[in-house]
Design a protein around this ligand. Structure first.
Ligand SMILES: Cc1cc2nc3c(=O)[nH]c(=O)nc-3n(C[C@H](O)[C@H](O)[C@H](O)COP(=O)(O)OP(=O)(O)OC[C@H]3O[C@@H](n4cnc5c(N)ncnc54)[C@H](O)[C@@H]3O)c2cc1C
Length: 449
């Protein structure tokens, strides 16, 4: 990317009025802006930070690849030399439970791989692509307020504070898109967010210079190590370095004696599978943490506005779903907005109906798996070889991100997996308390009388 491509839109060209204002230049905001600009709508992006900047969320799913292609950024990504990811390797701490997922074994063979990316570079590339597609992009520009009409119903623009200025400027827009990620600018004004009590988890993470990666093509796989009360990720990058993170109940963070860094380092030492993979590696970054993170906004659209990506909802990242959900929700939102603007020159709540349905449906499908991941009977089902290959293929499709418009075959495979979890639950009850727990350290449910 040329320096020219990275430059802010000039302040002299600050628009007083546009078709679409996008708040936030992460993957969700960039995708929406790219598509809108390509469809000929006057689009402006306001991003609070100066890119490139660190962001967590580095493992991408195969179903993101066709989307990269649709927004015209796939060849740029390939040229940037990312790590190719062909699957996921799951291990359970201190046990023989292992599951090796190869995306090529999904229901269809069209989604065999994806990328592991450093988000600083990836997000900058996507935002540059939005610029090159015709969107005006202002970095170091913080949206301070979304403006509504006097009756409070219709979004009509934003107030934004540019770096070096003391007073926010106003931009009028036909549609305002909240893509501010976990800051969730708009949801705070729309009835807030609902936390998911089943996913009351927090995470600490960092980068290391190297790790013992598998030989051959599977060396780019994400490694997940499940533990009695959480899980670890190791995400390899193409330069040999690795992202390492742990997810634990939030209570473990709150009750810790020392710093988050100490908790992280002690936890590495306590899990042999992680410790051994990192033997001889050096940490290259401070340990960072994010607390209490799963939530859903009460509303995700209305007259003249919608929320995409993390601004709308956030799901525990065990299956690396966030970037796909952000970009895919942005793509669906852009097509709803384009249709409405062409038809009547404005966007109403009713225009977002199919956006809401599709987004919520995909979230629900992922959510069911994520909830299950913290339940012993689902975890045991997951680690038990599927009784037929077809169930395994359905689960692989889901893990690859095929949740937006799953084929009949994928739905059936996933349904059959959920059905097998009922069988394992009964089996656990019959076997009696202790067997699975002895093997995994995970507490089993009380035996049914
Ligand atoms: C611990 C952890 C691990 C994760 N691992 C993965 C993973 O492996 N794979 C995966 O796909 N996802 C993962 N995720 C999720 C992923 O990080 C997010 O889902 C994804 O970044 C969402 O994209 P987004 O565009 O919605 O928001 P973001 O990427 O958060 O972008 C939002 C942007 O808005 C800007 N902004 C905020 N407020 C304002 C404002 N007022 N004005 C202007 N700009 C503003 C921010 O600076 C930011 O650049 C993980 C998340 C966590 C917490």
């Amino acid at each position: 990317m040329t320096e020219q491509g990275r430059e802010n839109a000039s302040v002299g060209d600050f628009p007083a009025e546009v078709d679409a204002v996008v708040c936030g230049g992460g993957p969700g905001g960039s995708t929406f802006a790219t598509l809108m600009a390509r469809m000929g709508h006057r689009t402006v992006v306001f991003e609070r930070e100066k890119f490139p900047r660190f962001h967590i969320g580095e493992s991408l799913l195969p179903w993101n690849m066709p989307l990269f292609d649709r927004i015209g950024v796939l060849s740029k990504l390939e040229a940037s030399g990312p790590q190719v990811k062909r699957g996921a390797r799951f291990y359970h701490q201190g046990s023989s439970f292992t599951r090796l997922v190869s995306f090529a074994n999904g229901i269809d063979s069209d989604h065999p791989s994806s990328f592991q990316v450093k988000r600083a570079d990836f997000d900058a590339l996507l935002l540059d692509h939005a610029r090159e597609s015709g969107a005006a992009v202002f970095e170091e520009a913080r949206v301070t307020e979304v403006l509504f009409t006097a009756d409070g119903k219709r979004a009509r623009g934003v107030k934004v504070l540019l770096k070096g200025e003391n007073e926010p400027r106003t931009v009028e827009a036909k549609v305002v898109v909240d893509a501010t990620g976990r800051d969730a600018l708009l949801s705070r004004h729309l009835g807030g967010r609902t936390r998911d009590p089943l996913l009351d988890r927090s995470s600490a993470f960092t980068h290391y210079d190297t790790f013992r990666r598998a030989e051959g093509p599977t060396g780019g796989d994400i490694v997940i190590v499940t533990t009695p009360d959480g899980w670890w990720w190791l995400i390899p990058f193409s330069d040999g370095s690795v992202s390492v993170g742990v997810v634990m109940p939030s209570r473990r963070f709150k009750e810790r004696k020392g710093t988050v860094e100490q908790l992280f380092e002690e936890s590495v030492l306590a899990v042999p599978e992680v410790r051994e993979l990192l033997e001889g590696s050096k940490r290259t970054m401070d340990v960072q943490a994010i607390a209490d993170y799963s939530y859903r906004a009460a509303r995700v659209s209305g007259d003249g506005f919608c929320l995409v990506g993390d601004a709308a909802s956030f799901l525990d990242p065990v299956f690396s779903t966030g970037v796909l959900l952000a970009m895919q929700s942005a793509e669906i939102a852009a097509s709803s907005v384009d249709r409405a603007l062409r038809r009547k020159g404005r966007v109403d709540a009713a225009d977002f109906k199919s956006f809401e349905r599709t987004f919520r449906g995909a979230n629900r499908r992922f959510e069911r798996f994520v909830h299950g991941f913290y339940e012993p009977h689902v975890l045991e089902t997951f680690y038990t070889p599927a009784p037929n290959a077809w169930i395994g293929r359905g689960v692989t499709t889901m893990l690859g991100g095929g949740v937006f418009h799953p084929t009949f075959g994928a739905r059936l495979g996933i349904f059959a997996f959920h059905l097998s979890t009922v069988f394992i639950r009964v089996l656990q009850a019959i076997r009696g308390r202790g067997a699975f727990e002895r093997a995994t350290g995970i507490l089993e449910p009380e035996k049914t009388p």
